[in-house]
Design a protein around this ligand. Structure first.
Ligand SMILES: NC(=O)c1ccc[n+]([C@@H]2O[C@H](COP(=O)([O-])OP(=O)(O)OC[C@H]3O[C@@H](n4cnc5c(N)ncnc54)[C@H](O)[C@@H]3O)[C@@H](O)[C@H]2O)c1
Length: 255
């Protein structure tokens, strides 16, 4: 997408977690293309720095910082670094996440795997919101977007940890939307079905077949389609919706 002419995020500062690749990378790029100053938080700093260099070739200035979203000290230090440098925070999009075991019945799903998936997907969402909301409140303005999944709305068999963690993310979105509804801070979620990203390499073929067959459009989504919705949700234009998880499922979830 090189034909973006808008400057919806001019003067704004955004943190995008999981921005080294996949959905986060596409969201970070579009925010920067539309004038935002973007900081990527990713635990894979080598890949995040590679992304930073690739964006620089497109004249997009993005800063990569090593942050594991499940670790409070790293989240606190990362947000503090952004605030020290930029003195404001307008947008936070939490894309960091992992699928964990797939095509695996609960009887074969270890408690350690369950904890690992919940730790990143759910605890990470909690920590990122917890530490990004205070600087947003200082300006009475903020837009938070947490990535849930169709698995959290419908439950994907064979992915118990992932489904549970993403249902939890939807719960966080609902609670925080109400908790801050009278401030300028808006909290929403998005629940995609299958999107073409490196994450799909971690999904067993039988599981992927099940998930794609469930999509009425009979295709996977693209990261640009995700970025188009996500950037609208974190723009000023989205002003009367909070606590809601937007659909992005090619017709699978019509609610
Ligand atoms: N791709 C899909 O089909 C799909 C569908 C529904 C929901 N989602 C959700 O969208 C989000 C993005 O998915 P994606 O497909 O782009 O994934 P991806 O695997 O392509 O990219 C995920 C990024 O998150 C980073 N990351 C992982 N754990 C982290 C941690 N603890 N701290 C910081 N960074 C971490 C990775 O290094 C990577 O850069 C995830 O939350 C995922 O669950 C994806």
């Amino acid at each position: 997408m090189n034909d973006i002419m808008s400057d919806r995020f001019k003067g704004q500062v955004a943190i995008v977690t999981g921005g080294a690749e996949g959905i986060g990378r596409a969201v970070a790029r579009r925010l920067a293309q539309e004038g935002g100053k973007v900081v990527i938080f990713d635990r894979n700093i080598e890949l995040a720095e590679k992304t930073q260099v690739e964006f620089a070739r497109e004249n997009l200035r993005i800063l990569a910082i090593k942050v594991d979203v499940s670790q409070p000290e790293m989240v606190i230090a990362g947000v503090q670094r952004v605030m020290n440098a930029a003195k404001r925070l307008d947008v936070m999009v939490n894309c960091a996440g992992l699928p964990g075991p797939t095509n695996t019945k609960i009887t074969d799903y270890s408690a350690a795997d369950f904890d690992r998936v919940v730790h990143v997907n759910l605890r990470g969402s909690f920590l990122m919101a917890k530490y990004c909301i205070p600087p947003m409140l200082e300006n009475n303005y903020g837009r938070i977007l947490l990535f849930a999944s169709i698995a959290g709305k419908e439950g994907n068999p064979g992915m118990i940890g992932y489904s549970a963690s993403k249902a939890g993310v939807i719960g966080i979105v609902k609670a925080l939307g109400k908790e801050f509804a009278e401030t300028g801070v808006i909290v929403n979620g998005v629940a995609p079905a299958v999107i073409q990203t490196p994450l799909l390499d971690q999904v067993k073929p039988e599981q992927l077949k099940y998930m794609v067959e469930k999509i009425p459009m009979k295709r996977v989504g693209t990261v640009d389609e995700v970025a188009a919705l996500a950037t609208w949700v974190v723009s000023r234009e989205c002003s009367f919706t909070t606590g809601f998880t937007f659909d992005l499922s090619g017709g699978r979830a019509t609610y």
